[in-house]
Design a protein around this ligand. Sequence first.
Ligand SMILES: Cc1cc2nc3c(=O)[nH]c(=O)nc-3n(C[C@H](O)[C@H](O)[C@H](O)COP(=O)(O)O)c2cc1C
Length: 116
Amino acid sequence: MDQFPGLAQYESWFQKPRFHVFNRAHTLLIIYGNTSSYFRQYDGTLAAANIMLSAYAMGIGTCWIGFSHYTLDTPEFKRKHNVPENYDLVCPMSIGYMKSTPNPPTRKEPLIFYRD
Ligand SMILES: Cc1cc2nc3c(=O)[nH]c(=O)nc-3n(C[C@H](O)[C@H](O)[C@H](O)COP(=O)(O)O)c2cc1C
């Protein structure tokens, strides 16, 4: 928590005995982007969103696992898993068959900053 103060808001999640960083999914898909591409974060995120929608259409659940960002982007992890140094992390995504289909969250009101 001292090292990642931004995660403090999730402290109660981490304290649950059943908490599992990858939601007990059996598969983790990790998208990296080539640092020579200025838009790699956007490109990779669009790819991630398309994968999420396609997976859902096949009854497969996905979740972006931001909690694992730091670990998966370290030189040690990348070396061990053959990720070239000039690629950086975009999206770790847990993937698995869902035990149940979650209810959609309540829709939030859009914030409209300008209307002509
Ligand atoms: C960049 C990003 C990182 C996320 N990281 C995690 C995570 O580490 N663990 C998790 O369970 N969900 C993670 N999520 C999923 C969010 O928990 C989920 O999208 C959120 O509950 C939706 O909240 P909202 O309905 O308030 O918008 C992440 C989502 C995004 C976009």
